[in-house]
Design a protein around this ligand. Structure first.
Ligand SMILES: [Zn+2]
Length: 156
């Protein structure tokens, strides 16, 4: 798949992520699209805290086989189980073929761990896809110094 189409699909994921506000707060607004054979087969965005993250929301919408499916996610899938299951684990268990990520999640509980989990599971990961545009939208989240719960409240 060429660079142009990767940027295109991440652009759609970015558009999805904008629908997450304000209900997702204090979690970051994230978007995800699933692509199979060059076609978008599902879209998702972060729901209210404790409900689906973008990846889970897109996976719920898609009932077909995940063989050959690529996931485009604006922020690194979470590595840890919080109020919801880890999205990295979910993507691995569902058998997604490859994952494109715009930005690493600066939250220290994640920060490369989610990507490492995917790589360790044999999933191809490409980072920095359409990163500048996504960073512009996520700048209030990226600017948080410490991503603990108290600091995240400021993101609200
Ligand atoms: Zn997640």
């Amino acid at each position: 798949m060429n660079k142009q189409s990767d940027r295109y699909f991440m652009g759609i994921a970015l558009a999805e992520s904008k629908k997450a506000l304000p209900d997702c707060l204090p979690n970051p607004p994230v978007g995800c699209v699933l692509v199979k054979s060059g076609e978008i087969v599902a879209r998702g965005f972060t729901r209210r805290p404790g409900s689906d993250h973008a990846e889970a929301s897109a996976l719920k919408e898609y009932t077909g086989s995940l063989r050959g499916v690529s996931a485009y996610v604006t922020l690194e899938p979470c590595s840890f189980q919080g109020r919801t299951p880890s999205c990295a684990v979910t993507l691995i268990e569902k058998g997604v073929a490859e994952v494109f990520v715009a930005l690493r999640d600066p939250d220290e509980r994640n920060n490369g761990k989610g990507i490492q989990m995917l790589v360790n599971a044999g999933i191809s990961v490409e980072e920095n896809v359409f990163a500048e545009d996504v960073a512009k939208f996520l700048s209030p989240y990226l600017a948080i110094e410490n991503h603990d719960v108290v600091d995240r409240e400021k993101f609200r």
